[in-house]
Design a protein around this ligand. Sequence first.
Ligand SMILES: *[C@@H]1O[C@H](CO)[C@@H](O)[C@H](O)[C@H]1NC(C)=O
Ligand SMILES: *[C@@H]1O[C@H](CO)[C@@H](O)[C@H](O)[C@H]1NC(C)=O
Ligand SMILES: *[C@@H]1O[C@H](CO)[C@@H](O)[C@H](O)[C@H]1NC(C)=O
Ligand SMILES: *[C@@H]1O[C@H](CO)[C@@H](O)[C@H](O)[C@H]1NC(C)=O
Ligand SMILES: *[C@@H]1O[C@H](CO)[C@@H](O)[C@H](O)[C@H]1NC(C)=O
Ligand SMILES: *[C@@H]1O[C@H](CO)[C@@H](O)[C@H](O)[C@H]1NC(C)=O
Ligand SMILES: *[C@@H]1O[C@H](CO)[C@@H](O)[C@H](O)[C@H]1NC(C)=O
Length: 389
Amino acid sequence: MWLVFNVFCIYLFLWPFVSHAEINEINRPTVGIIRWDAWNLINGQYDAISYYSHRAMSPEHFHYRLPFFAKINSDTNVTINGDTQEIMDEEILYAKFAGFDYWAFDTYCAFGPNCTTNSSYCVQYYKQTSNQYCPQNPAYGLNRYLSSQYVSLINFTFVLLGSSPCDDKFQESYIEFMIHPQFQTVLDGRPLLYLFQFDDEEAQLCGGGWHGSGQVFNNFRQKVINRGLKNPYMVLMDGDIERCKTNAAAIGFDAISSYGIGGGGTIEGSPFSDEVQRSEQWWNAAIQSGAKVVVTLPTGWDPRPRYEHPVPWVNQGPEHFLQPTAEELQNFFKNSIQLTCMNKNITEAQTIIVYAWNESSENGASLIPSIGNGTYYVRALSEILPMSC
Ligand SMILES: *[C@@H]1O[C@H](CO)[C@@H](O)[C@H](O)[C@H]1NC(C)=O
Ligand SMILES: *[C@@H]1O[C@H](CO)[C@@H](O)[C@H](O)[C@H]1NC(C)=O
Ligand SMILES: *[C@@H]1O[C@H](CO)[C@@H](O)[C@H](O)[C@H]1NC(C)=O
Ligand SMILES: *[C@@H]1O[C@H](CO)[C@@H](O)[C@H](O)[C@H]1NC(C)=O
Ligand SMILES: *[C@@H]1O[C@H](CO)[C@@H](O)[C@H](O)[C@H]1NC(C)=O
Ligand SMILES: *[C@@H]1O[C@H](CO)[C@@H](O)[C@H](O)[C@H]1NC(C)=O
Ligand SMILES: *[C@@H]1O[C@H](CO)[C@@H](O)[C@H](O)[C@H]1NC(C)=O
């Protein structure tokens, strides 16, 4: 009940907040946040991905991390289904309240039962890139967002994954989305796109190597331009700065970034200040690398649910960081924005990308309101975002 009340209050406070935000449109970096949607049912049942996700979160000691819409049936049994319009509407209001500009939707192949697919790129994804990652309805979050009455409150883009972005049909589908007025742009109208999990094997299948993949992505740029849009601003994500810089140059991407700063921490839990420190090291090294940069900001790292109940697509240990306090999170955001303001020639897109909205089984401080921490984090951010240079 308290959540319904909360959403209502946020709704009332949103309008003055939105008009206030318009004043700050000039000279401020936009702030985007990654969404990972694997918390749904298909015909009343979990597909393999949502089954493992909900199983990881079932033990009582992880219930506090469950997204607000989850139901606790018993100490060891939870139900998670975020695939309703009502829940998406609430999520949009929360994300807007926090002050986010856009969601970056993780964009996967859709598979039939038992990993069936007709696309060789999608086969490569579940066989090579991410073992058995075969969601049946990976775009439910995107579709619910697009059909929401609140769609205009927050923009969107994609984190494309693996080699399927090289497929002509997939590319055509992205362009249809890029035409949407809510599609996030940077640098005076250039559509923004991220690409993740694109390494040697993906480049091989995409274009017979990095050089050939560069041609594939240049063709994609041309298709976008031919549809009357501006040259897309494409960002490669890979935590290894030197490799990312080399590969981004080979495929003609505009900037480098990272999908959070994965791993780290200790079994007992390192203080969040350590997560901040390693992120700031990454930021500074990336800025000095000579590449253009989109700063990444991880709000946490705690994959213990997946350590206790492993998922097939990734192997993660018990090492983790403790959750940030509101003040720690605020200062972390302020530092990332200030850095982005101060290095405009390098952070030219003037945007930062946050990990994550709802990686609830991997990130101990996902920002989506949760059963145990309520609106603690979105409230903390609402006090500082949007933030001008
Ligand atoms: C996070 O959002 C994505 C994209 O909308 C969705 O597929 C996923 O199920 C969501 N996860 C949670 C925990 O809400
Ligand atoms: C969990 O609880 C739900 C709702 O009571 C029930 O339908 C389901 O069978 C239970 N699952 C397990 C694994 O016990
Ligand atoms: C999926 O594979 C299992 C095990 O091989 C089989 O029993 C089941 O019928 C398959 N399901 C579908 C829908 O093909
Ligand atoms: C593969 O193609 C067949 C025939 O066009 C179609 O019926 C089927 O739904 C497709 N399967 C998937 C997983 O896309
Ligand atoms: C969404 O993006 C468009 C185009 O870049 C921009 O005009 C608009 O202000 C953005 N809306 C929000 C809610 O950020
Ligand atoms: C940024 O780029 C502009 C235009 O190329 C240049 O004049 C300026 O000196 C650069 N500033 C820094 C700090 O490198
Ligand atoms: C989140 O909730 C858990 C469980 O109640 C609690 O231990 C933790 O301190 C909370 N985190 C914050 C940052 O308040």
